[in-house]
Design a protein around this ligand. Sequence first.
Ligand SMILES: [Zn+2]
Length: 244
Amino acid sequence: MTEVDVLAVFAHPDDLELSVGGTMLKLNSLGYRTGALDVTRGEMGTRGTVEGRAEEAKRAAEILQLDIRENLGLRDGHVFIDEESRIAMTRAFRRHKPRLVITHQIGDSHPDHNNIAQLVRECSRLCAMRNFDAETGEERIKPPIVAHNVFSRTVQPSFIVDISEHLDGKIAAIRAHSSQFYDPDSNEPETMLTGETYIDEIEYRSRYYGSLIGAAAGEPFFIREALNVEDPFALLTRSMNLYS
Ligand SMILES: [Zn+2]
C-alpha cells in the first residue's frame, strides 16, 4: 500500500530529519500514515556517496517509522520549476494521495529548497486537474493542504507542533545521516553541517520553538491558507504560554 495521509517533500536526504522529524514521529504516533518524498539523491553533497546516503535515509526512515520513503531522482542543485519536475511530482502525489504535504519554506536561501516549496504548491493544484498528464491513467486527487516548515529565515509561524515526546527520535534520525555531520575521523571536507555543535544547534532551535508554546520542544510551520477552527476556546487555551 503506497497511500499516505501525510507526505513530507524535501530536497535532500537529510532535510526532512533536520526540519520536521519530530512532527513526522508525532503524526505516526497519532495513527496517521506518513511518507517521505526526497526530491534528489544529494549527489552534489560535499560529503558521502549517493549509495551511502540512500542507506542512511533508509535507516532514518526506520527510526521515524515512515510507511514509505521514495526518491524522485531529480538533479541535486538543479531543481527547477519545469515540466519534467511538475509531472514527476504530480505523479507522486497521485500515487500516494496525501491530504497534507509538508515541505520547505518559501524564500529558503537554498535554490533547490525554494524551488521545491513552489513546485509543491503548483503540484498540489495540478494533481486535482483531470486533464493534466491524463495519459498515465492516474486519477486526479483532492488538492492536499501544504504546510511549510519554518527554518532558515525569520518567518512568523502559523502554528508550532509540540514535539516534546519526539525530540530524541528526531535527533536519532538526524544522526543516522552520519556522513553529513561531525565526524573527527572523516577526511572529507568540512561543510556548514559538520561542525561539532551543529546537531546541538538543531536541538536548541526545537527547544526555542517549544518555549513559545510552553512545551519542551516544538517545530514551527507556516501556511498560506486560513485555518478552519471548530473550537476556538479549546485551541486558544490549550497551550498558551503567557511568559513567552
Ligand atoms: Zn537540503
